[in-house]
Design a protein around this ligand. Structure first.
Ligand SMILES: NC(=O)c1ccc[n+]([C@@H]2O[C@H](COP(=O)([O-])OP(=O)(O)OC[C@H]3O[C@@H](n4cnc5c(N)ncnc54)[C@H](O)[C@@H]3O)[C@@H](O)[C@H]2O)c1
Ligand SMILES: [Fe+2]
Length: 392
């Protein structure tokens, strides 16, 4: 049996934040990250709308990028004390993901968040329902069944997944994402392209997910550069396209680009590799690796043709699709390989074996269309470090 689940309501359009006026309930905990939603006035507007709806509000702020287990426990404690019947994160993937995990602990204080999967996630909505308002255009956490949490003790991210944590309502108001700085537009946009691409070829891709993957890939390729340049229409297209990609990957899942991105983000001394930037670097190599499998090659050919790549054969179409991603990366300032990102050779050699082993433990290895083992993962990573086309 397969299943596709989306929020009950997706409100969209410039100004749609005012949907909050129509919410019925008693108390809302609003969860945000840094100061951007305060500075832009979005938070004040959200509070005004909730006040108009007669809802008592409280703010939980300061969720860090790549949210920690500690922050999630703190948020769950605030929920236990305040007892909201709505949880409303406004922010990027980090506050939305953090809120999902807090929600789980609010409803089930004894749940072991390290051990939640689609088969054992307990039912939610006995205490609260969930409205997600994304301010970035990439992760699509507002519609997905996943929450990515970081264990700062090990520097490793882990996922909490299950259909129960799909929000009840998503509000996609492009106005609230307009304030993204260029680098965030770039990284979240490439993340969305990676979601579209990986979900289309993933083992669980289906007739219900594939149309969303195709539409998202085509729209991102057509709009990301203009959005990066500040074009408002292109930014609006990106805000919706990333959500379509999310609907796709929430059921089809992803592949090894994400498995590697999850395990490399916080591994290096020189600094953090933002999630989307990591995917932008890895995706061309991952396509090359997966396309060695004949059935997957056909799928990539279909995707590339639909998204506007040129070529007569699957090989030509795929080469052009990869060339488009590389050109986009270059224009967005995303490096072509990990050496160029700035990881010193010594540190790489010291850590690469452990990264390969960690990446193999990521649940998204399972949905990657071509099988992989630790030595092959290590080799893919080495090619990504050196910037060599995958030939195995
Ligand atoms: N749940 C999922 O399905 C899923 C999918 C992909 C990634 N993720 C996770 O999402 C996280 C990344 O989320 P993200 O890329 O959306 O960024 P983020 O939430 O980590 O935010 C990054 C930074 O951008 C700022 N910011 C956010 N919106 C802004 C705006 N409109 N204007 C100005 N600044 C703004 C934030 O304050 C923060 O400093 C990672 O932890 C990643 O693992 C989750
Ligand atoms: Fe992602």
């Amino acid at each position: 049996m397969a299943r596709i689940t989306v929020p009950r309501d997706i409100y969209f359009g410039r100004g749609s934040l005012d949907t909050l006026k129509t919410i019925q309930g008693k108390k809302a905990l609003v969860v945000v990250g840094g100061g951007s939603v305060k500075r832009s006035g979005v938070l004040d507007r959200a509070f005004e709308y909730l006040k108009e709806a007669g809802i008592e509000t409280r703010l939980f702020d300061g969720v860090e990028a790549d949210p920690s287990v500690e922050t999630i426990r703190k948020g769950a404690a605030v929920m236990a004390e305040f007892a909201p019947d709505w949880i409303i994160p406004i922010g990027g993937g980090s506050p939305i993901d953090a809120s999902k995990a807090m929600w789980l602990l609010y409803e089930h204080p004894d749940a072991d968040i390290y051990d939640i999967n689609p088969f054992n996630m307990p039912p939610l909505r006995n205490k609260a329902r969930f409205i997600a308002i994304p301010t970035t255009s990439g992760t699509a956490s507002e519609v997905t069944n996943a929450s990515v949490v970081c264990d700062y003790a090990t520097g490793i991210k882990f996922g909490i997944a299950g259909f129960e944590i799909i929000p009840d309502i998503a509000i996609l108001d492009p106005d609230v994402a307009d304030t993204m700085p260029q680098s965030l537009t770039a990284f979240t946009g490439i993340d969305a392209l990676t979601h579209a691409t990986e979900s289309f070829v993933a083992k669980f891709s289906s007739p219900f997910s594939a149309p969303y993957s195709l539409a998202a890939a085509k729209t991102v390729l057509a709009n990301l550069l203009d959005a990066f340049g500040g074009d408002k229409n292109a930014k609006e297209e990106m805000h919706y396209a990333q959500c379509l990609a999310g609907i796709a990957f929430s059921s089809a899942m992803l592949g090894i680009s994400h498995a590697m991105a999850h395990k490399t983000g916080a591994m290096f001394d020189g600094g953090h590799i933002p999630h989307g930037e990591a995917n932008g670097i890895y995706l061309p190599y991952v396509i090359q690796y997966n396309a060695k499998d004949p059935d997957t090659k056909k799928r990539y050919g279909q995707l590339a043709a639909y998204a506007g790549a040129a070529g007569q054969t699957d090989d030509e179409l795929i080469d052009d699709y990869i060339a488009k991603i590389r050109a986009l990366n270059k224009a967005l300032g995303i490096p072509a390989n990990l050496r160029e990102f700035g990881i010193p050779e010594g540190e790489w050699n010291e850590k690469a074996d452990a990264i390969a082993e960690n990446a193999m433990t990521d649940s998204l290895v399972m949905s990657n269309p071509r099988d992989i083992d630790i030595p092959a993962m290590r080799k893919v990573l080495q090619y990504i470090y050196e910037g060599k086309d995958i030939d195995f």
